[in-house]
Write a protein that binds this ligand. Structure first.
Ligand SMILES: [Zn+2]
Length: 108
């Protein structure tokens, strides 16, 4: 489950939540939740240790995923960079002191 906001003026959904709609500039936004179901648009592998302990000791993948009912967002991805079109779910992983969205591909 992901938290976001939906613009009352234009209907654009933002994840994570924002104070102002990035599509139209309106400030009347309503909290919403998304399932986290997503499909990979593109991904790449960064051959460098991730900055936070507990994720990507030898490198890490970054993916741009299209959320069902939501926008395209940039997230970390488990394992190596997933191929475009791969379905999966974005969930939240706590890497102190942050909570980060991470994409997990569906099992083939
Ligand atoms: Zn808007």
């Amino acid at each position: 489950m992901l938290h976001g906001v939906r613009c009352s003026t234009c209907g654009h959904t933002s994840v994570p939540p924002r104070d102002i709609c990035p599509a139209c500039g309106a400030g009347e936004l309503v909290e919403t939740t998304l399932t986290g179901d997503a499909r990979v648009f593109a991904a790449t592998w960064i051959p460098s240790p991730f900055a936070l302990e507990g994720f990507g000791a030898d490198g890490f993948a970054v993916a741009w995923v299209d959320l069902d009912g939501g926008p395209r967002v940039q997230v970390l991805a488990e394992g190596h960079a997933p191929e475009p079109g791969v379905p999966g779910t974005v969930h939240t992983v706590v890497l102190e002191p942050y909570s980060l969205p991470v994409f997990r591909a569906e099992a083939p």
